[in-house]
Design a protein around this ligand. Structure first.
Ligand SMILES: [Zn+2]
Ligand SMILES: [Zn+2]
Length: 219
């Protein structure tokens, strides 16, 4: 799969000390400016910005796929000696999903990566086994289907097995677990600086959901 498979959510603008700026996409023509064209020594501020409808329409004519997101602009003011780091990256995660065989709905029990690409549901049914241990299993958020936990004939707890140990009735699963590859585009913004021969790197990762993660490290 190509790196271009996700529509762009944010574009960059480099701001210079004299009030000029260089945007990734020219708002009049849609022409692309390359990151390497940024005049780094004159740079005082750099940001990632969501697309406006006008810019999205213009870029569509150039075959550039963008999404109008509700993300906030994220700007970085660069201090003396701070070197800009900015890039976008498609990341692939393996996400555990539940699928309902009755209605075809699928959902994530939780969303660690903030991808918001899949619906999330925490709904579960609870049942105790003979020893009183609580057993939880997911409920379909769309149709309410759930895996049988008790044999309807014998009223015995069957847990995860697919047939009753007593009457041998078949009790097939309707909710199955699977894993899915989720692709998300993350946007990075930060700087590097060298202070007394030590290299410090501060990096903000912006997830498509708007969640941000900041790392501050030195080596
Ligand atoms: Zn369902
Ligand atoms: Zn039974």
């Amino acid at each position: 799969m190509s790196q271009e498979s996700n529509p762009l959510l944010l574009f960059w603008i480099a701001h210079y000390a004299n009030g000029e700026s260089l945007p990734e996409f020219d708002p009049e023509t849609g022409r692309v400016n390359l990151f390497k064209e940024i005049d780094q020594p004159r740079l005082i501020r750099f940001g990632w910005y969501p697309f406006t409808q006008n810019l999205a329409d213009l870029l569509k004519k150039h075959g550039i796929r963008v999404s109008i997101s509700l993300l906030n602009p994220c700007e970085l003011k660069l201090g003396k000696g701070q070197r800009l780091i900015a890039f976008r990256r498609n990341l692939i995660h393996q996400a555990g999903i539940h699928t309902c065989l009755r209605c075809g709905a699928y959902w994530q029990f939780r969303d660690r990566h903030g991808s918001s690409a899949l619906p999330i549901s925490h709904a579960t049914q609870k049942q105790s086994d003979k020893e009183g241990r609580l057993f939880e299993s997911p409920i379909c958020p769309n149709c309410g289907a759930a895996n049988p936990l008790i044999c309807h004939n014998c009223k015995v707890f069957i847990g995860r097995t697919e047939s009753c140990p007593i009457c041998k009735t078949s009790l097939p699963r309707v909710i199955i677990r699977d894993s899915l590859e989720i692709r998300t585009a993350s946007y990075f913004l930060g700087f590097q600086e060298t202070i007394e021969d030590r290299n410090r790197k501060v990096l903000i990762q912006i997830f498509p959901s708007g969640r941000i993660e900041i790392s501050d490290g030195s080596d």
